[in-house]
Design a protein around this ligand. Structure first.
Ligand code: EPZ
Length: 420
């Protein structure tokens, strides 16, 4: 298993570009299943989760060709609309093929995804949505088995905000008979990007990005072309890398509007932030104040930046209270940060981070999930000596060559293979 070695103490500076969004690319690639023919995508990030999606699309009789950050997906009807366990277990977002397969073929067999390090990750809201759209859904031998001659438009109210649930509902409703209204819909930019692609395919959608999305079902969709929106979580991670080293960093090819909450909190810490239409610039700053965060659905503070921001707070002046409002177990990085010398007291959904307790010291640490991996690398950038982050396969699921991007900003960082 690969590891990342970071020698702390370098002040990062310069300009770095963001890749395409993992969390937009995944639902958009599954949306291609709604229409036979050739779909073309640009700004597709080179990630393990995209590799997993490619394997699942191929298992569903699609021909997939990738060339750098472009992708062609030629969709053809599969002999069986099934997403098997051995593929789904590698990436729980595979549940996003449920809506498209059910809407297009009238049936879908999708393996239950199973939980992951940050929580049980149930899919009850996805299943309920398909039933509300008129499908029969059974759970048998670890599979979700859904059937419907044709889905019927419905009024869907999500009692709990769900990004994936909103995306599955949105995709399924595009081919349903009649009108579907999704209330308490997720407003994430990735949902908006998915809706943008579906509209390119001929779907009739209004309200994406607000909490009420209306879809007029159509009989058929056609393949299209789409450029994936920049990854706001990667952009935020790169900004925090500059901030934690006291450097001046500009992140390009991003959408500042998608990072308002992080930008507000960085300003609250005392960082100077500039921005234009597609870049965010952070001025160098060698001391910053603690800032409290509570993760929340967009446009609130993203749960996917919580671990990275916590690393920054370990070096702040003062105490930060970090509340995780989305997932039940997203503090796996805390004990690893404590191994580096951080002063953090986790209590269920709240962690108290005391910043002015001196610096961090490098040590071997273990990545437990995707964003925890990034948090440990950021901490390694400022820890004295060398930090070895093990089980870095988590990182490769959602960041495209993060170590190369950080090295281009001056980090002393390298990838080593070998057992941990
Ligand atoms: C998406 O996951 C993202 N993944 C996650 O990013 C992100 O953290 C999350 O949204 C929240 O923003 C992708 O887009 C591929 P949810 P998703 O459904 O859709 C509960 C990353 O690091 N819930 O909005 O799975 C759930 O347990 C990943 O890139 C149910 O109870 O998140 C959670 O507590 C991690 N029943 C809350 O809702 C359901 O049927 C929000 O989950 C579905 C979800």
């Amino acid at each position: 298993m690969d590891s990342i070695l970071v020698v702390g103490g370098q002040t990062l500076s310069g300009t770095v570009a963001t890749s395409g969004s993992k969390n937009a690319a995944l639902p958009i690639l599954f949306a291609s299943l709604l229409a036979d023919g050739e779909h073309r995508f640009d700004n597709v990030p080179a990630l393990k989760d995209i590799d997993s999606t490619e394997l699942l699309l191929a298992a569903l009789n699609c021909d997939v060709e990738r060339d750098s950050h472009s992708m062609r997906v030629i969709v053809k009807p599969p002999s069986m609309a099934e997403a098997p366990y051995d593929l789904v277990r590698k990436m729980r977002a595979s549940i996003l093929c449920l809506g498209p397969l059910l809407a297009r073929y009238g049936e879908a067999r999708v393996s239950l995804p199973g939980g992951c390090a940050i929580g049980s990750r149930p899919i009850d809201l996805h299943v309920d949505t398909m039933r509300q759209l008129g499908a029969t859904v059974e759970i048998e031998e670890g599979y979700v088995i859904a059937r419907a001659d044709r889905l019927e438009g419905a009024r869907i109210l999500f009692e709990k905000l769900t990004v994936g649930g909103t995306e599955n509902a949105l995709m399924a409703a595009t081919l349903a008979r009649g009108t579907t209204v999704i209330e308490n819909a997720a407003k994430e930019p990735e949902v908006v990007d998915l809706a943008r692609y579906l509209k390119t395919m001929g779907a009739k959608i209004e309200g994406e990005g607000s909490s009420v999305i209306t879809i007029e079902g159509v009989d058929k969709l056609t393949p299209g072309q789409h450029t994936i929106v920049p990854d706001r979580i990667e952009a935020g991670t790169l900004l925090i890398a500059g901030a934690i080293t006291g450097g001046a960093v500009t992140v390009e090819q991003c959408v500042p509007q998608h990072l308002r909450s992080l930008i507000d909190h960085l300003k609250d810490c005392g960082f100077e932030i500039g921005q234009d239409a597609s870049s965010i610039s952070l001025a160098s700053c060698d001391r910053w104040q603690a800032s409290d965060i509570s993760t929340a659905p967009y446009p609130g503070f993203p749960t996917d930046l919580q671990a990275q921001f916590m690393a920054l707070m370990t070096q702040a002046d003062g105490t930060s209270v970090i509340t995780e409002g989305i997932f039940e177990n997203r503090f796996m990085h805390v004990q690893e940060l404590v191994r580096l010398g951080a002063d953090i007291s986790p209590m269920s959904q709240v962690a108290v981070v005391r910043g002015d307790r001196g610096g961090l010291s490098g040590a071997p640490v273990m990545a437990t999930d995707l964003r925890a991996s990034a948090s440990l690398i950021l901490a390694g950038l400022v820890a004295k000596g060398t930090t070895r982050v093990n089980r870095i396969y988590h990182l490769d699921r959602g960041y495209e060559h993060l170590e190369k991007k950080l090295k281009s900003l001056g980090a002393n960082i390298s990838r080593v293979s070998g057992s941990d």
